[in-house]
Design a protein around this ligand. Structure first.
Ligand code: F6P
Length: 258
């Protein structure tokens, strides 16, 4: 019976990777929406995959924020740092998330857990275009952005739009716009519709989703049936060498549903 379950999941992984046109999917059994423990299983699987993908020596890992990545941080340990000098950097400046799940803090925690280093990116997001251009000239910010762009692995999650808009305290008008334009997903501060088109962009400082494809390893982790549409839409635009870690419920919903 165990073998049957394993075969079923392997088949599902293949189907999902083909459907999303990406390199690889890893699916953990269950539904995160109904069982909080699934988050921990996905996080553990994510750490294993990162360990498998990364080479030895100096490795730069760019990370985003969020509750999912916070859990991935909980599962990282010295094993990941073994034979490597890890440097964790936030892929973007603050997105107005709670401090605990901010990319800066997550990068710092990952460094602590693995015996690596981290580098902060402290830049306000909502600034006037002129100030933004000036900020980009600041040596400290420039240096961090160069490090981010040279990362060998990027780790991010995908969110549902209204939840993310609310978490970041966006105005009622913006919420209305997101509904009107039928936003289905958010990642990297970009809100997209079901065709993968960016309909609203939140932030500027940090990795642009357009430079994602230059990064050698791309790992995304998101699960629960409620995130199915978001995952499906976002991965339509994702580079084909992306690895997805998700759960069975999201996988089935993507393949059979919407
Ligand atoms: O805030 C960073 C971020 O990675 C978003 O880009 C993404 O939409 C969200 O977090 C996912 O959050 P959570 O893991 O809490 O669902």
């Amino acid at each position: 019976e165990l073998l049957e379950e394993q075969n079923y999941l392997l088949e599902l992984q293949d189907k999902l990777a083909k459907h999303l046109d990406i390199q690889s999917c890893s699916i953990v059994p269950g539904n995160f929406d109904k069982d909080y423990k699934i988050l921990s299983t996905m996080a553990e699987r994510t750490t294993e995959i990162i360990n498998h993908l990364l080479g030895e020596g100096e490795q730069i890992i760019a990370v985003m924020g969020g509750t999912t990545l916070n859990e991935v941080a909980n599962h990282m340990d010295a094993n990941l740092g073994y034979n490597r000098e890890l440097l964790f950097v936030p892929a973007r400046g603050g997105l107005g998330d709670d401090a605990m799940i901010e990319a800066n803090v997550i990068a710092q925690r990952m460094a602590q857990q693995t015996g690596g280093q981290s580098h902060g990116l402290y830049a306000p997001e909502h600034v006037h275009k002129k100030i933004y251009e000036e900020l980009l000239k600041e040596p400290e910010i420039k240096k961090t952005l160069e490090i981010v762009e040279s990362a060998s692995l990027i780790l991010y999650s995908i969110g549902t739009p209204i939840e993310m808009a609310k978490r970041r305290g966006l105005e009622e008008d913006t919420l209305k716009l997101l509904k009107e334009k039928e936003a289905v997903a958010e990642a990297f501060g970009e809100f997209i519709n079901k065709n993968g088109e960016v309909i609203y962009k939140l932030s500027n400082i940090g990795l642009q989703s357009s430079s994602l494809k230059k990064i050698e390893h791309i790992v995304t982790v998101a699960g629960g049936k409620r995130k199915a549409n978001a995952i499906n839409a976002y991965l339509k635009t994702a580079p084909s060498h992306t690895w997805l870690i998700t759960d069975e419920a999201a996988a089935n919903e993507i393949l059979n549903g919407g």
